[in-house]
Design a protein. Structure first.
Length: 436
């Protein structure tokens, strides 16, 4: 089947009949292969192969393409008289289960998804032990043949939505999806140039299980530690698991503080720029620049915002051994030295620092990047047209959110369409009650 070095092949005869075993040493379990070979050597009649193959699941087929696909997935393929006996021997390399870095909690489960599809499916099944849970697997990409598992509750999922997603996945005509979940998302939901995330990425099996029970659909993609949840609303991206690990009152307080921080990360700097241009309103902020410095604020704000974004990216890609040096550079670039040299006003650095720190409270990384883009748009509109530019941009921004929908699900729900009960459940972390 292949000339690769990890392709192992054994050939022998049983009662004068030729038989061949093929498997990939990089993806197959060595112990399972040894058990399989030992059992085959005990055969006296090749017609008893199917009875002797008791290691794992067995698929008997005459379709060579099916056998090839499973072979490249790690299964062992036994060829006898133009029939292929496919035995489950897969053992994928991967890291151990650990707590996700982006969705940490003080209390609760500390397990998270890794790059092993079978293990990820098991983490979900461990939490939903019900016959209605369906795990349907399919392959995406003509070359990559990436395994994707469609996970849903058969008695709770929207049947029309499920058919739409399933048909789109089946009809994806692409060469490869080696970037796995991100590539599949863009093909599935028509992401285009929309800045806001149209699906939710999650690395916690408890959250995925809870959303699947609610009727959502989860896409578990092989080779990635993130599970795709859809359909979603903006409110889904603003919730954090820690709120549900605290008492209802404390959870509500944490949620309200998080909402205020997210709003500050978007609106603080644009509102400050808009207000200080009006002397009558500039007293609303306790720190404001001298009158003659207002015109240069726009350039300072954009330079400072760009510097912080550059430092964020550099921190991500900098090895841990060099993190101390990176901190020193950041202190020189945006510290007292920059103020003494007159590069930045102290007020500019203060409000931009508050805005960026508040942005870290956003639970979704993708949403935080979209919010940052919206903030930059508001700053530019404010510098161009003052408070009227800010109001116009804000109106266009809200109109965009209200009209954005995917799979007949409005992004701004429960505000559009308005649902008071759902909005109350989003704002307040209400106690759970047993149904009467």
């Amino acid at each position: 089947m292949t000339l690769s070095f990890d392709h192992a092949s054994r050939q022998w005869q049983i009662a004068g009949e030729p038989i061949q075993l093929d498997y990939l040493t990089s993806l197959a379990d060595g112990q399972a292969i040894n058990t399989l070979v030992a059992g085959l050597f005990l055969l006296e009649d090749a017609k008893q192969i199917e009875r002797q193959l008791i290691t794992g699941s067995l698929l008997v087929t005459t379709d060579q393409n099916v056998a090839k696909k499973l072979f490249f997935s790690g299964c062992a393929v036994l060829t006898y008289q133009e029939r292929y006996y496919v035995v489950e021997t897969r053992s994928y390399p991967g890291r151990s289960i650990g707590q996700p870095d982006t969705e940490k909690t003080i209390r609760g489960a500390k397990d998270g998804f890794n790059e092993n599809l079978i293990m990820n499916v098991g983490l979900i099944r461990r939490r939903i032990r019900h016959e209605a849970l369906v795990m349907q697997i399919m392959s995406i990409g003509r070359v990559s043949q990436m395994d994707v598992c469609l996970c849903y509750m058969e008695d709770r999922v929207n049947a029309k939505l499920l058919d739409t997603i399933r048909s789109r996945l089946v009809n994806l005509q692409v060469e490869e999806v080696t970037m796995s979940d991100r590539a599949i998302e863009e093909l599935l939901v028509d992401q285009g140039f929309h800045p806001f995330p149209l699906v939710r990425y999650c690395e916690r099996p408890d959250i995925v299980a809870a959303e699947v029970i609610k009727g959502h659909i989860a896409l578990v993609v092989d080779t990635t530690s993130s599970v795709i949840l859809l359909p979603i609303h903006l409110c889904d991206l603003l919730e954090h698991v820690q709120e549900h690990r605290e008492t209802p009152l404390i959870g509500t307080m944490i949620r309200l503080i998080r909402m205020m921080a997210i709003l500050l990360s978007i609106y603080l700097v644009p509102l400050w720029l808009s207000v200080i241009q009006n002397p009558q309103l500039s007293r609303m902020f306790f720190l404001r620049p001298p009158e003659g410095e207002v015109l240069s604020l726009g350039l300072q704000v954009f330079i400072a915002e760009g510097a912080i974004e550059l430092l964020r990216l550099a921190t991500i890609y900098t090895p841990s051994e060099l993190s101390s040096a990176m901190g020193l550079v950041a202190a020189l670039l945006l510290g007292q030295m920059a103020i003494d040299l007159g590069v930045f006003l102290p007020e500019v650095l203060l409000y931009i620092a508050i805005s960026n720190v508040a942005g870290f409270a956003t639970p979704s990384y993708e949403l935080s990047l979209a919010n940052k883009l919206v903030k930059w748009g508001m700053i530019l509109a404010t510098l161009v047209a003052g408070k009227y530019g800010l109001a116009t941009f804000h109106f266009l921004f809200l109109s965009y959110l209200m009209h954005l929908d995917r799979f007949h699900s409005f992004y701004a729900y429960p505000l559009v369409p308005f649902d008071g009960r759902a909005l109350m459940h989003f704002i307040f972390r209400l106690p759970k009650k047993s149904p009467s």
